[in-house]
Design a binder for this molecule. Structure first.
Ligand code: PGA
Length: 255
């Protein structure tokens, strides 16, 4: 079995104090996880990356960012570069989250440039993609996902592509903070993950397709994590709302 990857997407949440409280509680709990084949990542807002890196210094928890610029450096007010993220201890960078696509007009082309820049600095991109409710209603889910992959990430050479984590996040399943929001069913998620893996196979071949991690995001929580993570083609989770409390995030890790 592949190593499961569970990434917490904290979005625009948590203060310095709350980061510390989370780390204190989570570290006590996660001692019990030591023998599990798990990769745990926390994707934080920029100002706390350095702090979290320090808080988790001796723990198997990696820290990442939720976005970065596709430019190298210079006159880009408000932007944060991949090299800066690396400098403060980030190892992963989320690219193309649907909230970036929606509120900041990030296109597949922009995402492709960001992925490239992240890789250039030796960081690992977690490339997010997925269809909206309207697209799903029109029966276009597969078409949309295919386009997002082809434009956003399939232009990479195989060597680079293999470093990436794919995160399928159907936009309609993202909780936006509502703990009662429904995730995709395990069957629907598995079908899409299988479709994605087949697209990777057509493009990069069987070995790459078998090795590439494809994680699921959208209302994953302690109650549904086991069923979702138990699917053959689901290699982990990208968890928003349910990752904010150490207790519920820990429960997902034990699922
Ligand atoms: P959610 O968010 O788990 O709260 O649905 C997931 C995400 O947006 O990455």
């Amino acid at each position: 079995m592949k190593t499961q990857i569970i990434a917490a997407n904290w979005k625009m949440n948590k203060t310095r104090k709350e980061c510390k409280e989370f780390a204190d509680e989570f570290k006590v709990k996660s001692l019990k996880l030591k023998d599990k084949d798990l990769k745990v990542i926390i994707l934080s807002a920029f100002p706390y990356i350095h702090l979290l890196k320090r808080l988790f210094k001796d723990f198997p928890v990696s820290i990442g960012a939720q976005d970065c610029s596709f430019e190298e450096k210079g006159a880009f007010t408000g932007e944060v570069s991949a090299s800066m993220l690396k400098d403060v201890g980030a190892r992963y960078v989320l690219v193309g989250h649907s909230e970036r696509r929606e509120f900041h007009q990030e296109t597949d082309e922009i995402c492709a440039k960001k992925v490239k820049k992240v890789l250039e600095h030796g960081l690992i991109p977690i490339y997010c993609f997925g269809e909206t409710l309207i697209q799903r209603g029109k029966g276009k889910s597969e078409e949309v996902v295919k386009r997002q992959l082809e434009t956003g990430i399939f232009r990479l050479e195989a060597e680079d592509f293999q470093k990436v984590i794919l995160a399928y996040e159907p936009v309609w399943a993202i909780s936006k903070g509502d703990p009662k929001h429904k995730s995709a069913s395990p069957e629907d998620a598995q079908n899409m993950h299988k479709y994605i893996r087949n697209l990777v196979k057509d493009k990069y071949g069987e070995d790459v397709a078998g090795g590439i991690p494809i994680i699921y995001g959208g209302s994953m929580k302690p109650e549904n994590a086991k069923d979702l993570l138990g699917q053959k083609d689901i290699d982990g989770g990208l968890v928003g709302g349910a990752s904010l409390e150490a207790e519920s995030f820990y429960k997902i890790l034990t699922a």
